[in-house]
Design a protein around this ligand. Structure first.
Ligand code: ATP
Length: 456
């Protein structure tokens, strides 16, 4: 009997078919926990990172103190002095308790806290430990950082780690940024970059990968104002996801319980999303109040003075940090899942309803037929638009097929040149979500797209 593909299986299939996401090294059988973005995916993820950078760094909202929020960016190296990870606690503490199965033919390794969620490799209908052949060990610590060596000799002295988060590069540069710019507290430093974690059980498509990208902000403020800034960033980040199209009833901000909170943290909200692969909402981003834990740890380890001097109050202090820490790949997956729409009544039964700011292709230009002067008008519009936006020109195939292809890629607008275009200089605009068509003057196409893109 044919089984029906789950929504998640259909999304994964569409991502591959339309060039959003491929398995890494697929021609060699892939590699667990690593993914490649194809021509559509790279544009989508870039748009997400650009929207984040634009909305958080270049043009952040006004702060709760009524002033423009000050933000600057950095781009730090992936490999840092190992002392960074000793200071941050990752070298000793960044570990998940793991359980191994000693059974011949299994030799599985499972996160102790997830053992009830994963299938037994030998008997997938059961969980590890439930099958009579399972021989599970006690839980042991397993460090998630990838090791490498900097230099010709692979010895202990040259051992380095690939960063498991981008945040520490920001803390290590706190003083450099204060000394080289005119920022004054409160201000934030932002970074987008790769992070690596040797996740024991990578799964759920790109959700839990071993190589992924983070979009992190460390916001430095005075401790007395820190809860106000924590609330500001929590709300700003939730609004960001909503403004770019995540439905509010799919988003679940969840406050960490006192038991979950790190000992130095006063508050942390996990912004969670209802992915189709789970009945429980899953973390997209954490907005954490980190006290002055990180700066203090680096101050102690490096022996450098990382305090801040306030010229106005003449006060010297270690700033408190608010950290909105998001995953670019998890955000991309959430926007993909949210956009995925099934509508059997349409020429494309599957379509991607991306927000225009995130859509990989903003508009497609079609001559209705590839003759009668229509291609000339279409090519001129295409050449003009492509200076400003990623657009496509497609003169071939039936118009229905061309619409369907663009619906699957999530292109919000199709501009069609038809017989009337030659007479009155107008073109048809077809809206992806409603299929509704209207006419605009061909000279207004760029202006039309600009209006639809919103902030940019
Ligand atoms: P989780 O509990 O899901 O492992 P975490 O709490 O360890 O996540 P953080 O250390 O707070 O995650 O990292 C910040 C963000 O980085 C996460 O909210 C997530 O979006 C992203 N992230 C973390 N680990 C991964 C991963 N293995 N694959 C993809 N994204 C990740």
């Amino acid at each position: 009997m044919a089984t029906t593909a789950t929504k998640m299986e259909k999304i994964v299939a569409l991502c591959r078919r339309r060039g959003f996401i491929f398995q890494s090294s697929e021609i060699y059988g892939g590699i667990n926990g690593f993914w490649d973005y194809g021509p559509m995916g790279v544009e989508l993820k870039r748009n997400i990172k650009d929207a984040w950078w634009h909305d958080c760094v270049r043009n952040p909202p006004v702060g709760p103190d009524g002033r423009e929020v000050q933000m600057v960016g950095v781009d730090c190296s992936i490999i840092m002095n190992p002392k960074v990870w000793e200071a941050s606690g990752h070298a000793t503490g960044f570990a998940d308790p793991m359980i191994d199965c000693k059974t011949e033919g299994c030799k599985g390794r499972f996160r102790a806290d997830q053992i009830g969620d994963v299938p037994c490799p030998l008997k997938p209908s059961k969980h590890p430990g439930q099958f009579d052949k399972c021989q599970l060990t006690e839980a042991r610590q397993f460090n998630l950082m990838f090791e490498s060596h900097a230099g010709a000799i692979a010895d202990e002295a040259n051992k380095v780690w690939l960063r498991p988060e981008t945040a520490q590069g920001i803390f290590a540069n706190f003083k450099n940024v204060c000394d080289s710019t005119r920022v004054k507290i409160p201000f934030g430093i932002a970074q987008i970059g790769k992070a690596f974690r040797n996740e024991i059980n990578p799964r759920n498509f790109t959700f839990r990968s071993r190589e992924f990208e983070q979009m992190e902000i460390e916001f430095f403020c005075h401790d007395k104002d820190s809860m106000m800034w924590w609330e500001f960033w929590r709300d700003t980040r939730i609004n960001w996801y909503q403004n770019l199209g995540l439905a509010s009833d799919h988003l679940r901000p969840r406050n960490q319980t006192d038991k979950e909170l790190a000992h130095y943290s006063k508050a942390c909200t996990d912004i969670e999303y209802m992915f189709p692969f789970s009945d429980e909402p899953q973390e997209l981003e954490g907005v954490a109040h980190r006290g002055c834990f990180d700066l203090n740890a680096h101050k102690e380890k490096s022996g450098k003075d990382l305090s801040y001097f306030d010229d106005e109050t003449k006060e010297r202090f270690l700033p408190t940090v608010i950290e909105p820490s998001a995953g670019a790949d998890r955000a991309t997956l959430a926007f993909i899942c949210e956009a995925y729409t099934e509508d059997p009544s349409r020429p494309s039964p599957e379509l991607m309803k991306f927000h225009p700011r995130l859509a990989p292709i903003k508009a497609a230009v079609f001559p209705l037929v590839n003759k009668d002067g229509m291609p000339e008008i279409g090519e001129a519009i295409f050449r003009e638009l492509k200076k400003h936006y990623p657009v496509q020109y497609d003169p071939k195939a039936s118009i229905g097929k061309r619409y369907a292809r663009m619906d699957e890629a999530g292109t919000p607008f199709c501009l069609t040149i038809d017989g009337q275009s030659k007479e009155d200089g107008t073109v048809t605009v077809r809206d992806r979500d409603t299929g509704a068509q209207s006419r605009i003057d061909k000279t207004r196409c760029l202006e039309f797209l600009r209006e639809k893109m919103g902030a940019s």
